[in-house]
Write a protein that binds this ligand. Structure first.
Ligand SMILES: *[C@@H]1O[C@H](CO)[C@@H](O)[C@H](O)[C@H]1NC(C)=O
Ligand SMILES: *[C@@H]1O[C@H](CO)[C@@H](O)[C@H](O)[C@H]1NC(C)=O
Ligand SMILES: *[C@@H]1O[C@H](CO)[C@@H](O)[C@H](O)[C@H]1NC(C)=O
Ligand SMILES: *[C@@H]1O[C@H](CO)[C@@H](O)[C@H](O)[C@H]1NC(C)=O
Ligand SMILES: *[C@@H]1O[C@H](CO)[C@@H](O)[C@H](O)[C@H]1NC(C)=O
Ligand SMILES: *[C@@H]1O[C@H](CO)[C@@H](O)[C@H](O)[C@H]1NC(C)=O
Ligand SMILES: *[C@@H]1O[C@H](CO)[C@@H](O)[C@H](O)[C@H]1NC(C)=O
Ligand SMILES: *[C@@H]1O[C@H](CO)[C@@H](O)[C@H](O)[C@H]1NC(C)=O
Ligand SMILES: *[C@@H]1O[C@H](CO)[C@@H](O)[C@H](O)[C@H]1NC(C)=O
Ligand SMILES: *[C@@H]1O[C@H](CO)[C@@H](O)[C@H](O)[C@H]1NC(C)=O
Length: 649
């Protein structure tokens, strides 16, 4: 299974000034000569085949990158001077429904990703969760865990641990042959993820996870936690190397001070050194980047120098963030929903489009100071494609399509409908007069578009701490529709936040009853609209009428054929006249757009496009006001914010 190509040794003729930079090639000889364990550590150093090994790592999750670009991104990591890739694994994509495994899908082929990493001269560190945070939908948990009676995630709970065990065993089956003990690139496996900030006292849970991982992997385990005593105390596990994240200065000091159990001690690793920040949707929210921020860059360089000059280890979070394709983003609850954008650019050294940034070269120069041999030449950036305006015509009203419908006296949640992501439409035929403030269950989960007799009355949007108050006046015969969007389940909650723990309350759609004034509305027709399949390209040509709710727009463009590599077709798709919606290109879901920003265009990987042929764009616009929209491919990415047409008066 592990292919060792000659290319590997050619790429890897490097060694560090002060410490061995072990390579696949070096390893091949070392394994035969020494009895030293493949990868271990003493009090101060990681040891690869007995030689000190400094991890110069970077996080890059396979499942946020088009598989056809995995090798490109890995090679660029290597050329920046990284020797190790850290990757989370998103359980919800591997097992989207209980017992339904999608391990074989190209985008979930973690083993392939690790093999490519090895071929590119990199080691890997596995961060399998089951909870990974990562600004992913519900921290990577599959939605269906929320439907299992008595199951409590992230705790010593039998139903949860049983299912976690099944997942981890399935994953290990595939990844075990790629451990360094077997000649593969896998060095270490993380236990849970920053558990100490979630619960300071559930040690039986993390110990159970440790035991599951120990039974399935031969390489060392580690934990990664915040840099204060209570998080380290809560997250560290006996017998497992305890590491920190955030500032390496604070983290290493905290590790030295607060971790005293010798079975948790070893070399220092900053397991998540933040290169910047993820973005959240919001009229006032910026795109985070170090571009033009000399002070931020200087701090990063200082921190990196601090780590490397001390012979310690680091992993950049993120080296390359990638994209939350297909509604994969998570959210935070802060008395309002802070939903992460489709882009997970993160201000990382390698941009969302896989192009190197200034930060990339700054970090490369810094790392190079610690390496005797010159790093491989970084690739030049391939220009992005510009696609002139494409006219999209209104083709089909969302509410005219047929979805799975359920009738119920009171609303059912998205999870009760057996639905993972997307939208739920709740429809009520009014039989009794009702007037007053409309309350969509216990709160908006997360964004509710209200229609009376097909006319939009307003939006109740939980991304605001004080969502709009929508009052309606209903008389018998009226039709009320509530289109409820899951903006991403909450992926992180901290014990000290003082806020409700939405990790334990991930439910979407409507929870509780809908009331108008003092009336409880009973009898609903509920449609599941997961949009997990691309809408059919053969949408009927009914020229949907504007004003009747969301509309699918369709258009196409033909590309020339003089392209030699998919990256020449990479672009950013903007729908300048759109308010909020989803874009598919050739059936591939690029994710959500939203005029409020900061993201104003969606990354379209060239791998999705067909050179020399016609390419189809489908846009679901939630708030259409015209028979046509335009889309264009931008060769120059623009970030920014616009006012929210749906908030306030
Ligand atoms: C490693 O650290 C432990 C605990 O701090 C100490 O007892 C032991 O002597 C150290 N080992 C070496 C080789 O320094
Ligand atoms: C968990 O797994 C064990 C061992 O397979 C089994 O005996 C037990 O019934 C399971 N518990 C639940 C709640 O699924
Ligand atoms: C933390 O874990 C303990 C032990 O399982 C549990 O009693 C407690 O409710 C948990 N706390 C939170 C906030 O989940
Ligand atoms: C850190 O926390 C642990 C566990 O709560 C406690 O025993 C210890 O005294 C604390 N250490 C310091 C230095 O505060
Ligand atoms: C780092 O390792 C090198 C080589 O072993 C050694 O010469 C140097 O003193 C070490 N530096 C520190 C700060 O430990
Ligand atoms: C959130 O709301 C609660 C209850 O109204 C309040 O106690 C808390 O301070 C608020 N927290 C933030 C971060 O606004
Ligand atoms: C909705 O009403 C509440 C309670 O009266 C108020 O605090 C809030 O500001 C209102 N929201 C808006 C957007 O006006
Ligand atoms: C919803 O309303 C019905 C009828 O008034 C009531 O029986 C039911 O308990 C309510 N459900 C909730 C969650 O309040
Ligand atoms: C849809 O109708 C328009 C106007 O009648 C026509 O130009 C277009 O070709 C039709 N598209 C499809 C896919 O049938
Ligand atoms: C393809 O041909 C067009 C038209 O001649 C030209 O503008 C474009 O630069 C070419 N693209 C590539 C990648 O060569």
């Amino acid at each position: 299974m592990v292919t060792r190509s000659l290319v590997v040794s050619a790429v890897l003729g490097l060694s560090w000034h002060t410490w061995a930079f072990s390579t696949a090639a070096a390893k091949a000889t070392a394994t035969s000569s020494a009895a030293a364990p493949a990868f271990t550590y003493d009090n101060t150093s990681f040891l690869l085949h007995g030689e000190p090994y400094i991890i110069v790592g970077g996080q890059m999750d396979a499942q946020r990158i088009p598989p056809a670009y995995w090798r490109d991104r890995l090679a660029k990591a290597r050329a920046m001077g990284l020797n190790t890739i850290f990757s989370y694994v998103y359980w919800n994509l591997l097992e989207p429904e209980q017992g339904v495994w999608k391990m074989d899908e190209e985008s979930n082929d973690i083993a392939k990703y690790f093999q490519l990493a090895q071929e590119e001269g990199l080691h890997v560190v596995l961060r399998p969760g089951p909870y990974i945070c990562g600004e992913r939908e519900w921290g990577g948990f599959p939605y269906w865990l929320s439907t299992i009676p008595d199951l409590v995630v992230r705790s010593y709970n039998e139903p949860y641990l049983n299912l976690s065990q099944i997942y981890l065993e399935r994953l290990a089956e595939i990844l075990r042959p790629l451990q360094v003990t077997e000649g593969g690139p896998l060095l270490m496996v993380q236990v849970e993820n920053e558990f100490g900030s979630y619960n300071d006292s559930d040690h039986p849970y993390t110990e159970a996870l440790r035991d599951i991982l120990r039974a399935n992997f031969d390489v060392p385990l580690y934990t990664n936690d915040g840099t204060v005593n209570w998080t380290l105390a809560g997250g560290s596990v006996p017998g497992v190397l305890a590491e920190t994240d955030g500032s390496p200065v604070d983290g290493f000091a905290a590790r030295d001070e607060f971790i005293t159990d010798p079975s948790m001690l070893g070399p220092l690793l900053d397991g998540e050194y933040y290169t910047y920040n993820p973005d959240t949707w919001g009229v006032d929210n910026p795109h985070y980047t170090t571009d033009g921020d000399a002070a931020a860059v200087a701090q990063i360089v200082d921190d990196l120098e601090y780590v490397l000059s001390g012979n310690n280890s680091i992993s950049f979070y993120m080296f390359h963030g990638g994209t939350n394709f297909a509604l994969g983003n998570g959210a935070l609850w802060k008395n309002y929903t802070a939903a992460f954008t489709t882009s997970y650019d993160y201000g990382a050294p390698l941009g969302e489009d896989g192009r190197t940034t200034e930060l990339y070269f700054t970090l490369r120069d810094t790392i190079q100071k610690y390496i005797a041999d010159p790093l491989p030449a970084p690739p030049t950036n391939v220009p992005l494609l510009s696609i002139p305006s494409v006219t999209l015509s209104a083709q089909e009203a969302l509410f005219d399509l047929s979805f799975t419908k359920t009738t119920a006296a009171s609303p059912l949640t998205m999870e009760e409908l057996g639905q993972n992501y997307g939208f739920v439409l709740y429809e009520h035929q009014v039989t009794e007069t009702a007037e007053g403030l409309l309350s969509p269950g216990d709160r908006a989960r997360d964004r509710v578009i209200v229609y009376v007799n097909g006319v939009r009355s307003g939006v109740i949007d939980s991304t605001y701490e004080y969502p709009n108050n929508i009052s309606v006046s209903l008389v018998p015969g009226d039709n009320l529709r509530l289109l409820v969007e899951n903006l991403g389940r909450v992926d992180y909650w901290s014990l000290e936040s003082g806020l409700a723990n939405h990790i334990l309350d991930p439910y979407k759609g409507i929870v509780g009853n809908v009331t108008v004034g003092t009336s409880v509305l009973q009898d609903w027709v509920i449609s599941s609209i997961p949009l997990d399949q691309a809408p059919s390209p053969a949408l009927s040509n009914s020229s949907a009428a504007v004003g009747a709710g969301p509309i699918f727009y369709v258009g196409s463009f033909t590309l020339g054929s003089n392209f030699t590599h998919a990256s020449q077709l990479d672009t950013f798709i903007a729908v300048p006249g759109g308010v909020k919606g989803i874009i598919w290109v050739n059936g591939f879901n690029l994710g959500r757009y939203w005029t409020i920003g900061p993201q104003q265009s969606l990354y379209l990987p060239g791998t999705v496009l067909r050179a020399g042929q016609s390419n189809e764009i489908v846009v679901l616009e939630l708030e259409p006001d015209s028979n046509t929209l335009t889309a264009r491919g931008e060769a120059e990415r623009v970030w920014g914010n616009n006012p929210d047409p749906d908030y306030g008066e």
